[in-house]
Design a protein around this ligand. Structure first.
Ligand code: UT7
Length: 334
């Protein structure tokens, strides 16, 4: 059947690995607190000479190879990120130059940790308007560059990483190297509540009028009201999952694997409890990466495929929440 398919996937996580014990030399914390409150054991950090666009390029080249599509054939480059290299130009433009997809439309989209799901929704719209489009969608984040290392409630949570997919209208076709089969994008739901924007902010924008020589203030870094975000996250993830299943006439029994945004194991378990989802149907890899924001869902798809948790015929539910406040869910069929 001709439909929107993910034709290839690529992931990239920086080599530098920072454990919870490593963090103890930077901030007053300990492994026991971090693991019991979040489930996180390690996170990866970009090298000094590496930016989010470099991570994105590495993931993108793998995804293109997986899809059997040349960079020059790509019509649209979408970078989901809230830690771009610059406010302008977009990370997507820089990425496009690095991989050689010259001439393709290129733009960033910022829905924080829900960025990849918003990217799927955007790709769906583009493919409806231009059925021959070949879309590269990358979730990439350099969060360790915007963490306040004096704030132990936030700096222990995030890591860097990137993951990319290529989307086209087409058939499932041959098996891929990193996917058991091309994945049909069955549906996407996205939402936001902008009244809650102040719960999670990352500065460096124009809201503060910095002058040359001004020292940066705390608002330059990620700031978060963790408890409020936690509560909204559990509510919005559960609700959007129920909504997308109902729209598609499905129940959780029809889902083979749930890949939630990897922010906090307690949030994931609370959503699992609310949805009455068996633990073996929930994918978790935040222990190794921490919260990689817009990269978290596609990194999860990559790891789940590598671990054979996704097989040909699997139906997978994706769901994320993030700053904005944003939320979203998507259904994939392999
Ligand atoms: O993609 C969106 C990402 N955002 C999220 O997912 C965040 C959602 N929220 C959370 O995950 C949790 O709120 C946190 C993990 C951020 C915090 O957990 P919490 O259970 O809400 O802890 P808390 O901030 O209320 O702090 C409890 C205690 C405090 O000590 P006192 O005042 O009780 O003595 C903190 O000072 O834990 C202390 N604490 C720490 N101790 C050791 C806070 N951070 C740390 C730390 N190490 N890193």
């Amino acid at each position: 059947m001709t439909a929107i398919h993910i034709q290839g996937l690529g992931t990239y996580v920086p080599e530098r690995r920072i454990t919870n014990v490593d963090l103890m030399s930077r901030v007053d914390t300990n492994d026991e607190w971090i693991v019991s409150r979040t489930g996180i054991k390690a996170r990866h950090m970009l090298a000094e000479d590496e930016n989010g666009s470099d991570a994105a390029a590495k993931a993108a080249l793998c995804a293109l190879e997986d899809a059997g599509i040349e960079a020059g054939e790509i019509t649209h480059v979408l970078a989901a990120t809230c830690t771009p290299d610059y406010l302008c130009p977009s990370t997507a433009c820089i990425l496009s130059g690095k991989i050689g997809s010259h001439g393709a439309a290129a733009f960033d989209l910022n829905a924080a940790c829900t960025g990849f799901i918003y990217g799927l929704e955007t790709a769906r719209g583009l493919l409806a308007a231009a059925p021959d489009a070949k879309i590269l969608l990358v979730g990439t984040e350099a969060f360790t560059r915007r963490l306040n290392w004096n704030d132990r409630t936030t700096c222990i949570l995030f890591g860097d990483g990137a993951a990319a997919v290529v989307l086209t209208n087409g058939e499932a076709g041959r098996p891929r190297k990193r996917l058991p089969a091309a994945a049909r994008l069955r549906d996407v739901r996205c939402g936001a509540d902008g009244r809650q924007y102040a719960l999670l902010t990352v500065g460096g924008g124009t809201a503060r009028d910095y002058r040359p020589g001004d020292p940066v203030q705390d608002d330059f870094y990620l700031q978060m009201q963790g408890r409020e975000v936690y509560k909204l996250a559990v509510r919005s993830l559960s609700a959007v999952c129920e909504e997308i299943l109902e729209r598609n006439g499905l129940t959780l029994d029809d889902i083979d694997l749930f890949i939630p945004h990897q922010a906090n194991l307690r949030i994931i378990e609370a959503v699992g409890d609310r949805l009455k989802l068996a633990a073996d149907k929930i994918f978790v890899n935040l222990d190794e990466y921490g919260n990689t924001s817009a990269a978290s869902i596609p990194l999860g798809i990559g790891d789940a495929c590598a671990q054979a948790r996704i097989l040909p015929g699997s139906r997978v539910l994706l769901s994320a929440f993030g700053g904005g406040f944003t939320w979203g869910a998507a259904l994939l069929e392999f």
